[in-house]
Design a protein around this ligand. Structure first.
Ligand SMILES: [Zn+2]
Ligand SMILES: [Zn+2]
Length: 502
């Protein structure tokens, strides 16, 4: 759902940046206006109708090869894809966005038009949640009672999904869209004032970076959070923070109505960094397991995973612009050996983005998760007297080996039990694959192996150092090459193509 919301915003940005002849239906076409009307009714009406159909099917325990549970998930995924496809057609192919082009009057006002243009997507999403609600309520009533006493009404359900699925992405994206409207609307002034043709892009990049840095402050207000009350759990976590030298603004109690068994860390800089522990996580786990989960989140901070992801994202951008510029160059000139149009080059850029993130990001993310798991296991290492397992740190009850890389067997087991408890509470099968995290079973096996074989941990940590250096080196070299190219070449080929088609 987060991805779909990003796509919905991407449609708006695409439409604003792309010259009219590449719109699916040109603005002077008579179908533009009527198409917009038909499309609008289609997106909202169809999602409501499909949602009603889905709710009815669920009530009649669907016959077929798969049970109601997987029918529910497949139907919801399918309906969401239909919704975004309909919305994309509406925005990129009809006159719908033109009706609210308030930016022509003043760039400051365009954001209100954008909100109206986005409304069919929001209404469609809400109708899909309304349709999903009866089934999810039944599911919850059958499952373990996670938050006793709370009433699970349609409103609490919608409130949760609007905050956690939609607003969490939409609020930062709206801020970036607002900045994009301004840099586009005032581009001539910006270029004149700064003397650089890249001033609008640089200003937009700066605004996006600023939104990213302050987003933790936004997110802890979009979600329902409060300071974790003082007590044994908070004391234990604060002691751990002191021991591992972790600084953050606050530890937050994340209120989800008992829906989420989750922990998260957000923020690169300590003054805007928060660690969140959800209500169901705190009520469903032992204090030791909570400490292990907290240690995992702390591992992401201490190993600087967020800055590395940012550099990795920058590297992805370098790769994509290089490929697009290369294709544009090959398609220009009196006798080009490629004759690709601007949309085809944009399509190629999209494809490279997909491959880079799908394969590269998935692998890096799973490796970082394992590194955070090891850190979490080290955080909950037992003392020499309490460690009763065959352990490479505690060979006997009086000795502790001082090796920062080794993992205590008792700590690894406690951490593995926390992982398995998370899976159990979430109803995730042990071996279900996860693109970003890897399966729980795989992570547990890795921990057990790490506790048995200190050499394996050293090899893993050394390989992570190499991976991080490689990411930095590639980003630095690629980034310098792109900057050099932009300064040396009078006008990049992709800009020539863009201005040639206007
Ligand atoms: Zn993690
Ligand atoms: Zn031990």
């Amino acid at each position: 759902m987060h991805l779909l919301t990003i796509l919905a915003f991407a449609c708006l940005l695409w439409r604003a940046e792309t010259p009219p002849e590449f719109w699916l239906i040109p603005p002077d076409n008579a179908f533009g206006t009527s198409g917009a009307a038909v499309g609008l009714v289609g997106v909202i009406g169809l999602s409501a109708a499909a949602a009603t159909w889905k709710a009815r099917c669920n009530l009649r325990a669907v016959p077929g090869s798969f049970g109601p549970h997987s029918f529910h998930h497949r139907a919801m995924t399918g309906l969401r894809v239909l919704l975004i496809a309909g919305f994309a057609t509406l925005v990129m192919g009809t006159a719908w966005p033109d009706w609210f082009a308030f930016g022509k009057r003043s760039p400051w006002l365009q954001i209100f038009g954008d909100l109206i243009v986005l409304s069919p997507f929001v209404l469609g999403s809400v109708s899909l949640w309304v349709a999903a609600f009866p089934f999810e309520r039944d599911l919850r009533s059958q499952g373990e009672a996670r938050a006793p006493g709370d009433d699970w009404s349609l409103w609490t359900y919608l409130d949760f999904h609007l905050r956690h699925q939609l607003l969490v992405v939409a609020v930062p994206m709206l801020l970036i869209l607002f900045a994009a409207n301004l840099t586009r609307g005032f581009d001539k002034q910006l270029i004149m004032w700064s003397g650089s043709v890249f001033a609008p892009e640089v200003a937009l990049g700066g605004a996006a970076a600023l939104v990213f840095v302050v987003s933790p402050v936004l997110l802890c207000r979009i979600w329902r959070t409060e300071t974790l009350a003082s007590g044994p759990v908070r004391d234990r976590l604060e002691t751990l923070c002191g021991r591992i030298n972790l600084r953050c603004r606050d530890i937050l109690f994340w209120k989800s109505g008992g829906v989420m068994i989750n922990a998260a860390v957000m923020g690169i800089f300590a003054p805007v960094r928060y660690v969140l522990l959800s209500d169901a996580l705190l009520s469903g786990m032992t204090p030791g397991q909570v400490e292990a989960v907290f240690g995992h989140e702390a591992g992401h901070i201490r190993h600087r995973h967020i800055p590395h992801f940012l550099v990795f994202a920058f590297l992805g951008w370098v790769v994509v612009v290089s490929v697009m510029e290369g294709l544009a160059r090959a398609s220009l000139g009196p006798d080009p050996w490629l004759r690709l149009s601007l949309p085809m080059i944009e399509g190629a850029g999209l494809l490279v983005t997909g491959v880079f993130w799908g394969l590269g990001f998935g692998w890096v993310s799973r490796s970082f998760e394992r590194q955070a798991d090891l850190f979490g296991a080290r955080c909950v290492a037992a003392s020499a007297e309490d460690c009763h397992k065959p352990c490479s740190i505690h060979p006997d009850s009086g000795t502790t080996t001082n090796d920062p890389w080794r993992v205590c067997s008792a700590g690894a087991l406690l951490f593995a039990s926390a992982l398995e408890r998370v899976a159990e509470l979430n109803g995730i099968p042990r071996d279900e694959r996860s693109w970003r995290h890897g399966s729980i079973g795989h992570r547990v096996r890795f921990l057990v192996k790490a506790a048995d074989d200190p050499g394996c941990v050293v090899r893993f940590e050394q390989s992570m150092v190499r991976v991080k250096r490689l990411i930095w080196a590639a980003a630095a070299i690629g980034g310098s090459a792109v900057a050099w190219y932009w300064l040396m070449v009078p006008q990049p080929a992709i800009l020539v193509l863009q201005s040639g088609s206007q």
